[in-house]
Design a protein around this ligand. Structure first.
Ligand SMILES: Nc1nc2c(ncn2[C@@H]2O[C@H](COP(=O)(O)OP(=O)(O)OP(=O)(O)O)[C@@H](O)[C@H]2O)c(=O)[nH]1
Length: 179
């Protein structure tokens, strides 16, 4: 059976959520800024010798709470929290978003690391926030295709560690569960 992973990409508007997702799934750089409403992408790939399907929800940076997002918050297996290294507010705002999730697996991503001259968030600040969130941390560039695949692969591996394959595919057929 091919295992399916549902991932959610969160972060302020314009930080590069769509660009990262499109670079990973479709392998090109999205130059034009067209604010996302909510897009879902699917990619079949091999990670660590296994064929898997990734369902990636590219959320709207401007609209924080939608019915679709609520659903993904509950059902998402992993989250990528994206800020831009050129925007202090996009970094600060992730704290609130993180509070809405309060669950692992997580990857924290400082995108646009190619814009060296416009950097306002240091790598050390990113590392520190990653540790606080118990998240893996990467600085990425969707433009240069730097650390893009790594983000997604890291998240798949985190899910695999927490929920080994046989457990994730298993469906309960009877009985009750206490919530
Ligand atoms: N230089 C540079 N520009 C980038 C990078 N990633 C995205 N951009 C640009 O930043 C702008 C916004 O990127 P998007 O991917 O649309 O941002 P978003 O987070 O999806 O924005 P919303 O849809 O509003 O939530 C676009 O013009 C991209 O081309 C990057 O790594 N480097």
């Amino acid at each position: 059976m091919v295992r399916e992973y549902k991932f959610v990409v969160l972060g302020n508007g314009g930080v590069g959520k769509s660009a990262l997702t499109v670079q990973y799934v479709q392998e090109f750089f999205l130059v034009r800024y067209d604010p996302t409403i909510e897009d879902s992408y699917s990619k079949t790939t091999h990670i660590d010798g296994e064929q898997i399907i990734l369902e990636i929800l590219d959320t709207a940076g401007t609209e924080q709470f939608t019915a679709m997002r609520d659903l993904y918050m509950k059902n998402g297996h992993g989250f990528i929290l994206v800020y831009s290294i050129t925007s202090q507010s996009s970094f600060n705002d992730l704290r609130d978003m993180h509070e809405m999730i309060l669950r692992v697996p997580l990857v924290l991503c400082g995108n646009k690391c190619d814009l060296v001259d416009q950097r306002v968030v240091t790598t050390e600040q990113g590392v520190s926030m990653g540790l606080q969130m118990n998240a893996s941390f990467y600085e990425s560039s969707a433009l240069k295709n730097l650390n893009v695949e790594e983000l997604f692969v890291d998240l798949v591996r985190q899910v695999n560690r927490i929920q080994p394959k046989k457990e994730m595919g298993k469906k309960k057929t009877k009985g009750c569960s206490l919530l």
